[in-house]
Design a protein around this ligand. Structure first.
Ligand code: HEC
Length: 193
């Protein structure tokens, strides 16, 4: 039998109460236990400040929405390029955000950051992309094809070889995000250059 370590008398004191004949020793909480408690308190302050006070972190609902958008965007990027799938892309936050970046880099110079082009300022070269009047058709596939091919004679560059298929899809989604499926489309004659 291993020798039992000697117990100091003060470690063996009982607390005054007795319940159902059960008595309790009066002992300090061990240090490892106390330090674990203090660390959780410090962690809680940081966690609470990040998520609840400054609201720097995403909420659970935002996390779910972002993940669903990511899954849908992965599915859409392999879908055949037709009007329904382009409309869906235009309602997908990942596609629209990527398309906005492409737009700001490649298109805003002529169509303006607001997409309103000539409708907003006379210095703009490109037409308004937010109204329902289109020169080359307002169906998503028509807009997509037009961006791909360009209208060189009128000063709209051919973007297909420059941007590649994925970015053309994204920028089309961004433009269509300013439109509604089923809205009336007016075909206007091209403005004289
Ligand atoms: C150098 C100036 C310029 C740049 C840059 C430019 N565009 Fe254009 N865009 C034009 C002009 C000019 C027209 C009008 C063509 C016409 O009247 O036939 C046009 C027309 C269009 C149309 C057709 C509008 C309609 O009414 O049918 C779309 C869509 C379009 N641009 C999208 C884009 C996108 C997307 C980009 C960026 C990837 C872009 N443009 C960059 C000048 C530009």
């Amino acid at each position: 039998m291993s020798p039992v370590p000697p117990v100091k008398p003060e470690e063996n004191e009982f607390r005054p109460h007795v319940y159902d004949g059960i008595r309790e020793y009066d002992k300090r909480l061990p240090n490892w236990w106390l330090y674990t408690l203090y660390i959780t308190i410090v962690f809680w302050v940081g966690y609470w400040g990040y998520y609840e006070w400054f609201r720097a972190g995403p909420t659970g609902a935002q996390d779910v929405a972002a993940e669903m958008a990511r899954i849908e965007s992965a599915r859409l990027s392999t879908a055949p390029l037709d009007d329904p799938s382009l409309w869906k892309m235009s309602r997908n936050s990942e596609f629209v955000a990527a398309g906005k970046a492409v737009y700001e880099a490649a298109c805003a110079a002529c169509h303006l950051a607001s997409l309103r082009g000539k409708a907003e300022s006379t210095v703009a070269i490109g037409p308004d992309l937010t109204d329902t009047t289109w020169v080359h058709g307002g169906r998503p596939t028509e807009v997509h094809a037009l961006i791909n091919k360009g209208v060189l004679a009128k000063g709209m560059p051919t973007w297909g070889p420059v941007l590649g298929a994925r970015k053309i899809g994204e920028v089309t989604a961004y433009i269509m995000s300013k439109h509604r499926e089923g809205e009336p489309v007016v075909i206007a004659p091209p403005a004289s250059p």
